[in-house]
Design a protein around this ligand. Structure first.
Ligand SMILES: *Cc1c(COP(=O)(O)O)cnc(C)c1O
Length: 379
């Protein structure tokens, strides 16, 4: 099935009781049973909910996986993956990744005896060097947030298999329209559904997709035991968002390219981070494992003072100054003080995330209007 058809029909079966084409919002906490243990597969809504079930089926289909699980946020989905581990286990994680993931790993899980090693995952030899008999999980983000670094998923999957480890890829930035990590050998795909899957900046949610029935059982056990489940209304919103993912992503890609090229030609703009430039270090791999380059762009100004970055950040009108990404409307963000403030400054600088870096989530508005807005802001 082609992508557009898949996104529209994933998880959609008419409601058996009414024929409603959209899965209803089953706003219920429990289900009446005929006799103890005799029910229709639904007992209590932390364990099962029909709206969530429809969404989880859709998530599996759009990521080419067998099983999907929805969580109350992206970080709750990440949390569930780490809870597969035991004290003494080691995790190799990307040095340049979402600040909230770094915070969860270092501030919450390190104290339970799980060791996290942060490496530049774009260099496979650095991952190989970090592998030990205790490596149980490799955690990747590609493209990374906010520097858009590209890691070779197939290459890391081979290292992970050889090491007897699991590989989980945070696929939030690419979305399943542009990249499917399970097809490239990953064991688990994670999403912050808050971003492109939801697509309208109106819901917080997370997802995991996998092929292994054993892994699904373990993660489902964690989902129901720890209870970070999304409500049915939020599941409905993400299901609805998925139906237009392909249309939105096509426009994000078109606008992203126009803006990346425009920024690069602007005399006041310094380095532009976007994987679609042919001279970008990750271009060849991005071209191989992605179907497009997306609408996430970061850039620095030639005047690299934080003051000048702050001036631009507060001068846009169509780009709203806000954390988050992946919605239909364009956002502008200052990673050093906003999305990535939880990473210590020296760590950030070491990984190439400067105080003057500006990140754009390019929306699906008219690209000319977006460029005009950036033009008046940069000056
Ligand atoms: C937002 C985000 C998360 C966290 O998801 P929430 O839904 O905010 O909990 C994880 N990874 C990436 C890449 C993100 O952008």
């Amino acid at each position: 099935m082609k992508l557009a058809t898949k996104f529209i029909h994933a998880g959609a079966t008419p409601d058996p009781s009414t024929g409603a084409i959209m899965t209803p919002i089953f706003q219920t906490s429990t289900y009446v049973q005929e006799a103890p243990g005799k029910n229709q597969g639904f007992e209590y809504a932390r364990s099962q909910n029909p709206t969530r079930k429809a969404l989880e089926e859709a998530l599996a289909q759009i990521e080419n996986g067998k099983f999907g699980l929805a969580f109350s946020s992206g970080v709750a989905a990440t949390d569930a993956v780490i809870k597969l581990l035991e004290p003494g286990d080691e995790v190799i994680a990307a040095a340049d990744m979402y600040g909230g993931t770094y915070r969860l790993f270092t501030k919450v899980f390190e104290k339970f005896g799980i060791k996290f090693l942060y490496v530049d995952t774009t260099d496979l030899s650095k991952i190989e060097a970090a592998v030990s008999p205790k490596t149980k999980l490799i955690w990747l983000e590609t493209p990374t947030n906010p520097l858009m670094n590209i890691t070779d998923i197939e290459g890391v999957a081979a290292i992970s298999k050889k090491a007897g480890s699991m590989l989980c890829v945070d696929n939030t930035f690419a979305s399943p329209y542009l990249q499917n990590p399970l097809d490239l050998g990953a064991d688990i795909v994670m999403h912050s559904s808050t971003k492109y899957l939801g697509g309208h900046s109106d819901v917080i949610q997370g997802a995991l997709v996998m092929n292994s029935p054993e892994l699904r059982e373990k993660l489902y056990f964690i989902q129901k035991s720890c209870g970070a489940v999304p409500g049915p209304m939020d599941c409905f919103l993400v299901l609805r968002g998925i139906k237009t993912l392909h249309l939105r992503m096509q426009q994000h890609c078109i606008n992203g390219e126009k803006i990346a090229q425009w920024l690069r030609s602007h005399p006041k703009v310094g380095r532009v981070y976007w994987p679609g430039f042919e001279d970008n270090a990750g271009y060849a791999i991005a071209k191989k494992q992605m179907r497009g380059f997306g609408g996430m762009i970061s850039f620095e100004l030639k005047d690299d003072s934080q003051q000048e970055a702050m001036r631009v950040l507060s001068s846009t009108h169509l780009f709203s100054l806000a954390e988050s990404l992946g919605g239909v409307e364009s956002l502008i963000n200052h990673p050093a003080t906003m999305t990535h403030a939880s990473i210590p400054r020296e760590e950030r600088i070491k990984n190439g995330l400067s105080d003057s870096l500006i990140r754009l989530s390019v929306g699906v508005e008219d690209a000319d209007d977006l460029i005009a807005d950036l033009k008046q802001a940069i000056g």
